[in-house]
Design a protein around this ligand. Structure first.
Ligand code: MTE
Length: 325
């Protein structure tokens, strides 16, 4: 993400198009020394074996979310135009992400729960009810996609976890494995990459229990591709995309508000709530409209990405919070 004037590095402020925004975000991360670590990536083991969950897809579409109001973005675009900094700072990480080893894959559930436990992804898939939801996905960088996700409501995971009344937030964490994910390696000279791995994100318990919050395990009628966050990620369609953490290995129920990856880097620009709002500009670019990937269109952005009927109530008593950044 673009970071303004922290720790002595600076990003030029003359970016006026999303394309420039992306470019400058890459420059920022390159300035931290991550770029060097992401070169020379071996393509790794492509998913050699068939994913053991493959036969579970496709799944029935939830009738509430069968139409996102615009066409589904072609799979070739969604799987090859990604933000997944573990595998590099460009949008073209899909080849590098083939090195992501998705089996065995365990998820630790801990914190303010009756009893901590670890569950393998295939055991988890047996305990939940999968459905498809076609959701709009709006990145803070002012581009958007429409994705046919498969997965299960986050509420189902909350129920399995049995949180105690002391749990106020849910904190999600991505794997750390610099051998597999070169974006997590220190720079060439042994200096820290400067990025606060692991990738972390969080929501309130009320947000976690909201009907829209979705744990994604599939897309386009098949297991979710590596580049999109296999084998399990979050999608919160009313928030900017950086909240939708990929490749989750730990879900913790906490008393304290989690501090996300980008919030750790620049809290004025990438805050906790990050609800989509066309009227609240990012400090350095407008959020009024978005570029629809796969088309030549730029369309007006909607409050809560058009999902206000589901989520607006969550925020009605939070007038003093910075809800839209
Ligand atoms: N999760 C992890 N672990 N690492 C990341 O770099 N990028 C975030 C989010 N989740 C990211 C992540 C950002 S900035 C966006 S916009 C979305 O993933 C992109 O999801 P997509 O590549 O499926 O479109």
């Amino acid at each position: 993400m673009l970071i303004k004037k922290i720790h002595g590095w600076e990003i030029p402020e003359h970016m006026v198009t999303p394309e420039k925004v992306f470019l400058n975000r890459r420059q920022f991360v390159a300035a931290l020394g991550v770029g060097a670590a992401t070169t020379g990536i071996g393509l790794g083991q492509a998913r050699a074996e068939v994913d053991p969950s493959a036969s579970m897809y496709p799944v029935a579409t939830n009738s509430l979310f069968k139409d996102a109001g615009r066409p589904v973005t072609p799979k070739e675009i969604n799987t090859t135009y990604n933000n997944f900094y573990e595998f590099g700072t460009s949008k073209s990480i899909s080849s590098a992400a083939e090195a992501l080893k998705t089996r065995p894959w365990e998820i630790r559930i801990d914190g303010e729960v009756e009893k901590s436990f670890t569950i393998g992804i295939d055991d988890l898939l047996k305990k939940v009810k999968l459905e498809e939801r076609i959701y709009r996905h709006r990145c803070v960088e002012a581009w958007s996609m429409v994705v046919p996700w498969s997965g299960f409501p986050l509420q189902q995971l909350v129920e399995l976890a049995k949180p105690m009344s002391s749990a106020a937030f849910v904190r999600f964490e991505t794997f750390v494995d610099p051998e597999m994910a070169p974006g997590q390696k220190p720079s060439l000279f042994g200096l820290s990459s400067g990025l606060p791995w692991p990738y972390v994100e969080g929501v309130t318990m009320a947000e976690a229990r909201n009907d829209l919050s979705f744990m994604v395990t599939g897309a386009y009628g098949a297991p979710v591709p590596n580049s999109m966050g296999a084998p399990i990620r979050l999608h919160l369609p009313w928030k900017y995309g950086f909240k939708s953490i990929k490749s989750i290995v730990r879900v913790s129920f906490t008393k304290e508000r989690p501090v996300g990856f980008w919030e750790q880097l620049q809290k004025n620009e990438y805050g906790f709530w990050a609800n989509v709002n066309p009227e609240v500009a990012h400090p350095r670019w407008s959020q009024a409209s978005e570029r629809v990937l796969g088309t030549r269109e730029r369309i007006p952005t909607q409050l809560f990405n058009g999902y206000g009927e589901f989520v607006a109530d969550l925020y009605k008593d939070l007038k003093d919070e910075v809800l839209y950044r």
